[in-house]
Design a binder for this molecule. Sequence first.
Ligand SMILES: NC(=O)c1ccc[n+]([C@@H]2O[C@H](COP(=O)([O-])OP(=O)(O)OC[C@H]3O[C@@H](n4cnc5c(N)ncnc54)[C@H](O)[C@@H]3O)[C@@H](O)[C@H]2O)c1
Length: 365
Amino acid sequence: MSEATIAVFPGDGIGPEVTAQAQAVLENCGERFGAAIRFVEAPLGGAAIDATGKPLPDDSLALARSADAVLLGAVGGPKWDDPKSDVRPEQALLGLRRELQLFANLRPIQVHARVVEAAPLRREILEGVDILFVRELTGGVYFGQPSERRQGAAGREAVDTIAYDESEVRRVVELAFGIARERRKKVTQVDKANILATSRLWREVTKEVGAEHPDVELEDVLVDAMAMHLLRRPADFDVVVTENMFGDILTDEASVLSGSLGMLPSASLGASLNSFGKRSGLYEPIHGSAPDIAGRDLANPLGSISSAAMLLRHSLGLEEAAVAVEAAVSGVLDDGLRTADLRQPDTRQVGCAEMGAAVIERLSR
Ligand SMILES: NC(=O)c1ccc[n+]([C@@H]2O[C@H](COP(=O)([O-])OP(=O)(O)OC[C@H]3O[C@@H](n4cnc5c(N)ncnc54)[C@H](O)[C@@H]3O)[C@@H](O)[C@H]2O)c1
């Protein structure tokens, strides 16, 4: 295997703390699985505003473009929160999404058997939950034009536009079916086809793609019903594919199932292929920069470490290494180690660095 280049953007708040643990895990996997990995670090978000005046400096963007994958911590914090400021840390995320054409956001939601008590729903509802959301990320109402406020005959009015063309729908749905074939072979497509024309296009295209994958079961579910199913019977879903705004809302709803934000990883896959013939992508935990606990070794690094596992799988094609990291994460939870966000009886509280070291120790067993 040739050398992989990973751009590392630790970002702000707890970003550098959790990213350091994920990077250490990747380094360890590189040695263990014979993959040479080179890390190149650059500032992003608030850290980059402080260093260069820009949330996404040109050098950082060039690095992201040339890398095989990007590992990101989190950006933002009170220091850069002035709503009147022209530069804000989140602009870096939107810029990366746009420039790297990150069209598919993957968010796995799993509930570890030993962490079930930390979640807000009953154990019997959460047992066996293993959902992979595939959210379209570069189209829909967040990007459709016109999107504006204006003065109308009756006073102030505003308009937003949802627009999708079939190629945008097809590429993300094809990705979802491809992933479902490696999992439990079920795709749930979520829409509002009883009202929206774009949703009816999603249904049509998904059905066409589904016909090419007869081994994968396909169901269509209305988004309002899905919001309820996720709380009543989340274990029934495998791969869930949906448009940008529905995915934004449903993935946040589903994130509470796992018990802590700190546990959950994500991948945003790009349109282009990297030097391994895999999709380049951006990998980050779903949580933010958690300024309330930053710099105190309190953060849970497992979301970031699990994002590194997704990087190994989707951008480097190292499935065996990805499975090993996921097993190690599960293993440390089985061993009763918990960071402060997951306090449970009969467990041992550890800091961010000790949790990371425990994952590496588990990997070497
Ligand atoms: N992708 C990103 O970079 C991203 C995403 C969300 C929010 N943000 C930014 O992060 C900042 C803080 O946002 P917020 O407070 O709404 O969300 P947050 O996710 O940072 O924190 C929410 C709560 O969860 C806790 N938490 C989050 N991650 C944790 C972890 N790994 N371990 C333990 N506890 C954890 C925090 O302590 C806090 O109490 C804001 O500036 C926001 O804009 C960035």
